[in-house]
Design a protein around this ligand. Structure first.
Ligand SMILES: Cc1cc2nc3c(=O)[nH]c(=O)nc-3n(C[C@H](O)[C@H](O)[C@H](O)COP(=O)(O)OP(=O)(O)OC[C@H]3O[C@@H](n4cnc5c(N)ncnc54)[C@H](O)[C@@H]3O)c2cc1C
Length: 407
């Protein structure tokens, strides 16, 4: 296993650091410091993506002929690591990371020229329409009906948990075009303009606070929604194949650098907060023990991720390792939010409405605690999602059992 970065990669690392120092502006930093879910609002996400685009760094995983960077695996790793270590904005860019690879691999020339340049320029926002009520882990049971009517499909049904559907111009979605004995065979992959008549988006309020325009998830309803057949990617009934192809791009990136950034933030907070023993929270023996356990876990995840990186560089397949890392990485993310909750103590207690009241124009309610405490409880609640989306913990355990233990 060769973990050393070559001198040219260290030079590249300095270039990435210089970019972050300039592009990750004070407004983004201030917004992220108050974010409940680690994301910026739409305007700031687009601003960040356009800065990456102007630098030519927006699509490291795309082939060069479509606008990719042509980076080596080592450069991609350095880039990702530096971004996460600096706490730079993560983006929910499903067009770039998930839909575009499918269009490139299976789309028509018209679909490629219509969508890929706009995705690269961040001129459109995409959402992912896979899950339905009753079809999540068991995705093949999806039932959103698409009936053929001339050169259109007519859609009826709903999608659920659709991240930022309220911001989206387009959705890539899986629909049922026929009922086959093998359920996977009646599924097709469609590109859908969200402004088509009959599409209704309903916010889903979550535990991290009221849904008032910046909600993360939605249910999307389709009532006689007409989608041109020309918007189908690939063959009718082959959507499952394309969906499986796409899911490989949904795999999480390296967890350890982001976790290190979160731990550094947590330590800062714990050095400012006081424990019941009178001293700083970070001096509290019980808290220190938990913090040390978590730091050791993050070190172990880092070592495992570097091993995977070295293996990928040498052409090895990921196998069950990606499930193992998703499992450990998402559990560690949740553990950081739990310790942060402990560190701020009672300041995690106020209602979210009160914590953000001042920002929403209510002048008679002031924050109970320091600004850094405000997003701690909402983030703790929000991060329950990490063990559900992109394959729940139980599903990852099943994959590991099947691939490693052969059960
Ligand atoms: C914040 C968030 C954002 C999301 N964004 C999107 C999005 O943009 N687009 C989209 O399409 N979807 C999205 N999802 C949906 C996500 O993919 C599903 O929530 C996930 O696949 C789980 O499906 P489910 O919610 O239907 O739960 P279910 O599949 O019903 O699972 C319920 C419970 O049963 C367990 N379980 C299920 N099957 C098994 C099994 N075989 N063995 C053992 N245990 C099992 C699960 O682990 C879980 O604990 C999002 C979800 C969240 C939380």
């Amino acid at each position: 296993m060769d973990l050393d970065f070559a001198p040219e990669n260290l030079k590249f690392r300095d270039e990435v650091r210089a970019f972050i120092a300039e592009a990750f502006d004070d407004d983004m930093r201030a917004k992220l410091a108050q974010s409940k879910n680690g994301y910026l609002d739409k305007e700031a996400q687009v601003r960040w993506l356009k800065r990456l685009g102007a630098k030519g760094w927006i699509a490291p995983d795309w082939p060069v002929e479509y606008g990719g960077t042509g980076w080596s695996q080592a450069q991609k790793y350095v880039f990702e690591m530096e971004m996460a270590l600096a706490g730079a904005p993560s983006t929910s860019n499903m067009g770039l990371q998930m839909c575009a690879p499918v269009i490139m691999a299976f789309g028509t020339p018209e679909q490629k020229s219509q969508h890929l340049p706009k995705i690269l320029a961040t001129d459109v926002w995409w959402c992912q329409g896979y899950s339905e009520p009753g079809a999540g882990s068991d995705l093949a049971s999806l039932s959103l009906k698409a009936e053929r009517d001339g050169d259109h499909y007519v859609l009826n049904g709903s999608k659920i948990w659709t991240t930022y559907a309220q911001w989206a111009d387009w959705m890539f979605c899986l629909v049922r075009t026929s009922n086959e004995p093998v359920r996977q065979m009646g599924i097709s992959f469609l590109l859908l303009d969200m402004r088509t008549p009959g599409v209704t988006i309903r916010p889903i309020p979550t535990l991290d606070g009221p849904a008032d325009g910046d909600q993360e998830v939605n249910q999307v309803f389709f009532e006689d929604v007409r989608v041109p057949v020309a918007n189908r990617v690939g063959e009718e009934g082959k959507g499952w194949t394309y969906a499986k192809y796409l899911l490989q791009f949904e795999r999480g990136s390296a967890y350890a650098p982001g976790l290190s950034h979160q731990l550094a933030k947590l330590k800062k907070i714990a050095s400012l907060e006081r424990s019941d023993l009178g001293g700083a929270m970070i001096e509290d023996p019980a808290f220190r023990r938990k913090l040390a356990e978590l730091e050791i876990k993050v070190e172990a995840i880092n070592a495992a991720e570097l091993r995977v990186f070295a293996g990928r560089n040498a052409g090895e397949a990921m196998g069950a390792t990606s499930s193992m890392l998703k499992l450990e990485g998402s559990q560690a993310q949740q553990a950081v939010t739990e310790l942060a909750l402990e560190a701020v103590g009672i300041y995690a207690a106020p209602f979210v409405e009160d914590t953000w009241a001042e920002l929403r124009g209510k002048t008679n309610v002031t924050r109970a605690g320091p600004d850094y405490a405000a997003p701690i409880a909402p983030t703790y609640f929000n991060y329950r999602k990490t063990s559900i989306y992109a394959g729940s913990n139980e599903i990852q355990h099943n994959i590991i059992a099947k691939m490693i233990l052969g059960v």
